[in-house]
Design a protein around this ligand. Structure first.
Ligand code: SF4
Length: 718
């Protein structure tokens, strides 16, 4: 029987970038049920994560008191597996502490490293914030690192997901945002879905794309894996992994050679067409077919269909971005839309599907090493002077290091102290044995989180934080829609609000912050006023938010940005008349196919792609502790084509060992029709088989993103 709720709280899903609005029915500080609301991004729909994935919040593994590493207990990456397997208690590594003691120790360690840092020398400090946190947390976190720790070494998981897409979009169009919302799929005549598996990773977005196909849109899926959306496609281009540029250059070649471009649009709004034309002149379908493995006639048919559509929309995911040439991949997609004029109208444009619920907002808020809030470049004197005047602090003119660069610097002893809030690099970073060793080498690591994550197990101080369901905050989804999250529950034990924790550290470092005032409480219960104060400060330095005072967000629940004026709706479709570049025109940047560093050979003959599964979210910190979700998908499975398995004399369910040039893990084998011959797939959410032990840390030179989608591996029976 349905239990009567004490309250029904309207909020937003904590998982993916679709940003589904939902209501929680709450009783006795427990969630009874999550129900989809009629939000602009979800129209009442939820996927299994939003519907059933909320009980992580009341897991008995929640951190309920500050913890300090026991004296004399060294940091040992091997402890991660021991704790996870139940062979080592958390209390053997850490002792409980008061908030005063933990905050004092956390701040003193950061302050000591700051004071030891000679003026002009590279900073020994860095911070990783979280795209799972709110906009206000992201803004305050980057401000603490820049204003309090005097460095731009601040980054977050965007570096591991869409950094290359954003780099290409900023370079080409002057904005890293999507041009059109997901729901514009309903107006598209053709939808190109490339390197994305929204059925698992953005399920509600996938449902809208499927609806569009049912209503008559043509869907073209390009992906080495035969993921579920391929069933709805007129063409599934199962190209060879890592040959995106060859495939896309062939499409560009056909469109130009057959006169299918939009010359008026190019003349009015695009720079660099002649250079692109010269660059793809030799990329005939026949030549590119030899590289990407797609038949020339199919490449021609797809190019003609995309270019001749009245409206054509491109969605892409990590299959494009997580490559050492991810920026080149995205440059080709931008070129496709630009030379055909498929932008600036409903039902067309470019949409990199954002991963985390607030990865767009965290980037907008400046939690990236080269940009202040609203993508204002730190290297520009006028930008620095503006923020220096506002914050009354000199700012470091040097752009900071990115995620993987920070980990390398920690390994080499150049970074000595870190503050990590809600991020789990000890699962998410490439070449994980190296990354964990780097974190263990830090002289001082402060982790703020809701669980003793793999990263927290290497910390000096752990600060127990609040879950998304326990606090106020705004979150910006993949459509640039800023939405309101409300507290439904009280945090357990002594866990505190994240904004309160960040401010307490800032005050101890010497910043006179007063976002959180006495009347707002002691930081345990959610308080709206400090969240609104931070939001209003952020709004004052971010032009796209100018028309969204906190009161409007409170009233409307969701406002699409940019929303420059208060009395007007924001802009769901952008780039209608011009691009926010210096010239107002798009800039094409040609790319040539180059093989990546992870080539299969005799020792490592298969290509591993890592990714996500429907039931789990990123490193699994939340969903592996959500009962229904973990029951649905409880163990790491390596997907392999039946013929590859037969050739290796392996069978379904067998324990296997996967080895790469970087490490090895064990998992169970799953025979899957989704992967092509020569390719295997492993999700990265399972500590039991941490996929990133296998991946390498070579980076895209522009986006600084690792190539998670291509790792040469071998698979053997255990
Ligand atoms: Fe949450 Fe994304 Fe699922 Fe919506 S589609 S319920 S935002 S995980």
């Amino acid at each position: 029987a349905l239990q009567a709720a004490d309250a029904v709280v309207d909020s937003v899903c904590p998982y993916c970038g679709v940003g589904c609005q939902l209501s929680y029915r709450v009783k006795d500080n427990k969630i009874l049920e999550a129900i989809g609301r009629d939000g602009p991004a979800n129209q009442g729909r939820l996927c299994v994560k939003g519907r059933y994935g909320y009980d992580y919040v009341s897991s008995d593994q929640r951190l309920t008191t500050p913890l300090i590493r026991r004296e004399g207990v060294a940091k040992d990456p091997a402890d991660i597996a021991r704790v996870r397997r139940g062979e080592l208690a958390l209390s053997a590594l850490f002792r409980e502490a008061t908030w005063e003691e933990a905050l004092d120790l956390a701040a003193a360690g950061l302050r000591r490293l700051l004071d030891s840092h000679a003026s002009g020398a590279a900073s020994p400090l860095a911070g990783f914030g979280s795209a799972k946190g709110s906009n206000e947390e992201a803004y305050l976190f980057q401000k603490l690192i820049r204003q309090g720790l005097s460095t731009n070494n601040v980054d977050h998981c965007t570096r591991l997901c869409h950094a290359s897409s954003v780099a290409a979009l900023l370079e080409g169009l002057g904005s890293g945002s999507v041009s059109n919302p997901v729901l514009d799929a309903q107006y598209a005549e053709v939808i190109l879905l490339i390197g994305a598996n929204p059925s698992s990773n953005h399920p509600v977005a996938a449902s809208f794309i499927k609806n569009a196909v049912k209503a008559g849109a043509t869907l073209i899926v390009a992906d080495p894996r035969r993921a579920p959306m391929a069933r709805f496609a007129t063409h599934h281009l199962a190209f060879r992994p890592d040959t995106d540029v060859a495939l896309l250059n062939a499409l560009l070649h056909v469109i130009i050679a057959e006169g299918l471009t939009d010359p008026d649009f190019i003349a009015a709004r695009v720079n660099g067409f002649e250079a692109l034309k010269a660059s793809v002149a030799e990329c005939t379908p026949e030549r590119m077919s030899e590289i990407c493995g797609i038949a020339p006639e199919v490449l021609r048919a797809v190019a003609r269909r995309y270019a001749s559509a009245k409206s054509a929309m491109i969605f892409w995911g990590m299959g494009i971005s997580q490559h050492v040439h991810g920026t080149d991949n995205a440059r080709c997609l931008i070129a496709l839309a630009m030379i055909t004029g498929q932008i600036g109208r409903p039902g067309c444009g470019l949409h990199p599907l954002r991963g985390q619920n607030n990865v767009q907002g965290a980037s907008d808020a400046g939690m990236i090493p080269m940009m202040m809030p609203n993508y204002q470049r730190i290297a520009l004197a006028e930008v620095r002077e503006h923020f220096e005047a506002l914050w009354a602090t000199p700012l470091d003119p040097q752009p900071g290091l990115t995620v993987v660069e920070i980990i390398h610097a920690a390994y080499e002893g150049r970074i000595k102290g870190m503050f990590i809030e809600g991020e789990n690099p000890a699962m998410s970073d490439p070449d994980l044995d190296h990354a964990r060793a780097a974190l263990a080498r830090l002289e001082h690591l402060v982790v703020q989180d809701i669980f003793a994550t793999e990263t927290a197990l290497l910390a000096d101080v752990i600060l127990p934080a609040s879950a998304q369901l326990e606090k106020w905050g705004s979150y910006t989804n993949t459509d640039r829609l800023i939405q309101l999250g409300r507290p439904a529950l009280t945090p357990p034990g002594q866990a505190r609000q994240d904004l309160w924790i960040i401010e307490q550290l800032a005050r101890r470092i010497g910043l006179g912050w007063h976002y959180w005032q006495t009347a707002d409480g002691d930081g345990q219960l959610a308080a709206e006023a400090p969240t609104a104060r931070v939001f209003e400060e952020m709004r004052a330095v971010m032009a796209p938010l100018a028309g969204v005072p906190w009161s409007r967000l409170r009233r409307e629940e969701a406002v699409v940005t940019p929303a420059p004026r208060e009395g007007e709706p924001g802009h769901a479709v952008i780039f209608e008349q011009s691009f926010p570049t210096h010239s107002g025109r798009a800039q094409l940047v040609p790319a040539s196919f180059m093989p990546g560093p992870e080539q299969p050979d005799h020792d490592f003959p298969l290509v591993l792609s890592t990714g996500r599964v429907l039931e789990h979210w990123h490193t699994g910190a939340m969903t592996r502790r959500a009962e229904v979700l973990d029951a649905l998908s409880p163990a790491p499975l390596l997907s392999m084509h039946a013929e590859d398995a037969a050739g290796l004399r392996l069978h379904e369910g067998q324990a296997i060992r996967m080895s790469s040039r970087h490490g090895e893990v064990e998992a169970l084998l799953q025979i899957s029709p989704e992967v092509r011959r020569g390719q295997v797939f492993l999700p990265f959410c399972y500590w039991e088989a941490a996929a990133n032990v296998l991946t390498g840390s070579a980076l895209d030179p522009t986006g600084k993103i690792p190539g998670f989608k291509v790792t040469a591996v071998r698979v053997d029976a255990v």
